[in-house]
Design a protein around this ligand. Structure first.
Ligand SMILES: *Cc1c(COP(=O)(O)O)cnc(C)c1O
Length: 416
């Protein structure tokens, strides 16, 4: 389904006018298409149906409670990377028995919380982490279910900062170390070895890196299955790429599935997946208002009310987001789209053709549904923006705009 498109010269989010939402809730404003989220979830489940995977939506991509609830209602599990994300999942009515927990720096209190909630398994990144889980599990009188994260050493051909499966990354264990880690974990008293995990990177646009990784990992999984009686899960991570540029094709779930399912069927393990961006990225936009258009000797700056604190991807990864005018126009200007933050890196588009706009006009930053709000901050003491969800012609505010008092909440004076 097309989440965002023009109707009578005006940008719509499903059946709702973006301008009306901006007028009602103010700008900057994140707008999400619930219909898009659901159709992406279903398309992936359908493409992979030969192996009936457990889809665990990756919470960090977009952790708004209404988004989590949308996926929980579809029967989704969740991939988390912190205790805070588990708390969010529980608040949104998610089933802890369908939660997998990754990350290189899990703390004792986080491990304890996850064990008490009875999550499906931990994806473990090191031997010391396995020892920590065993220790906490022993104290609670339970067993910690674990799957090590293997680093298959393939290049996902994506941005360096979002590539995780290469040998030099901090994530996971290489093929030699991982066998050793399993043998060590098997001797720890309160662990059950239940599976193997990989996640090679994010925004991957072709099926080849996945197939290459799967080929390496399938052999290891078969070996582990023969060694450990409780071994039953193959977790293939996330990483499915979306469309950011008009000339770019998102990775089709069917293409992805046809590269992976033959291997997975042969393995005969329960398949777990952790899609994040692929489910939500194209289902969100960030709407902003033009504050001023500034001409310098060298170029034009379109100054907007959204900045890198609201959407950090361009500043952090040189990421490209399409910019569309909320009122359709063919007129173009060449320049930078910049925010109000006191940093030269504060741009949402640089040296690009942009829709011609004047102060007061509304612009939409496209494909902002993943790693948008969830990576936002209050840098420069800017309150976090509001989030709205639409479905058909219905709309709802799913997170209030923060106000100045929120900025200082919890702060205390230093008194001597
Ligand atoms: C971030 C992350 C994901 C989701 O990645 P996407 O590229 O958004 O699909 C999945 N698994 C793990 C372990 C992650 O850290």
């Amino acid at each position: 389904m097309k989440a965002f498109g023009y109707q009578g010269g005006e940008l719509f989010a499903e059946g709702v006018s973006v301008r009306e939402l901006a007028e009602r809730y103010g700008t900057p404003l994140y707008i999400y298409s619930r219909g898009h989220f659901i159709s992406r979830y279903r398309a992936l489940a359908e493409a992979m149906k030969a192996v009936k995977p457990l889809l665990c939506y990756s919470v960090k991509a977009n952790s708004n409670g209404a988004v989590l609830r949308t996926f929980a209602e579809q029967g989704s599990g969740f991939d988390i990377v912190s205790g805070g994300e588990l708390y969010r999942v529980r608040q949104a009515g998610g089933d802890p028995a369908r939660v997998v927990y990754a990350g290189v720096g899990k703390s004792m209190p986080e491990i304890e919380y996850a064990l008490r909630e009875g999550i499906l398994f931990f994806t473990v990144e090191s031997e010391p982490e396995a020892a920590m889980i065993s220790q906490v599990a022993q104290r609670l009188g339970v067993k910690g279910r674990v799957a090590f994260r293997v680093n298959p050493g393939v290049d996902p051909r994506t941005h360096t900062y979002i590539s995780t499966g290469k040998k030099e990354n901090k994530f996971g264990l290489d093929l030699e170390r991982v066998r050793h880690a399993y043998a060590a974990a098997a001797k720890m008293p309160n662990l059950e070895i239940v599976g193997l995990h990989m996640h090679i990177g994010s925004q991957i646009l072709s099926a080849e890196p996945f197939a290459e990784a799967m080929k390496v990992v399938a052999e290891l999984a078969a070996e582990l299955k023969a060694l450990y009686p409780g071994f039953r899960y193959m977790d293939i991570g996330g990483g499915i790429g979306i469309q950011y540029k008009p000339d770019q094709d998102a990775l089709d779930p069917k293409t992805y599935a046809s590269a992976l399912t033959p291997w997975l069927q042969k393995l005969g393990l329960e398949v777990v997946m952790e899609p994040g961006r692929g489910l939500v990225g194209n289902g969100g936009i960030l709407v902003c208002r033009v504050v001023a258009v500034k001409d310098s000797y060298f170029k034009k700056f379109v100054v907007i009310d959204a900045g890198m604190n609201d959407l950090i991807r361009p500043a952090l990864y040189q990421a490209h987001h399409e910019i569309q005018a909320v009122r359709e126009t063919d007129a173009r200007v060449f320049g930078d789209l910049v925010g109000p933050i006191c940093e030269s890196g504060d741009f949402l588009a640089a040296d690009r053709e942009l829709p011609a706009a004047q102060a007061g006009d509304l612009l939409a930053v496209m494909s902002a549904g993943a790693y948008g709000f969830s990576m936002s901050s209050t840098y420069n003491s800017r309150p976090r923006v509001a989030e709205v969800m639409v479905e058909g012609t219905r709309q709802a505010l799913v997170r209030e705009r923060e106000a100045w008092p929120d900025l200082v909440r919890g702060e205390r004076a230093f008194s001597s």
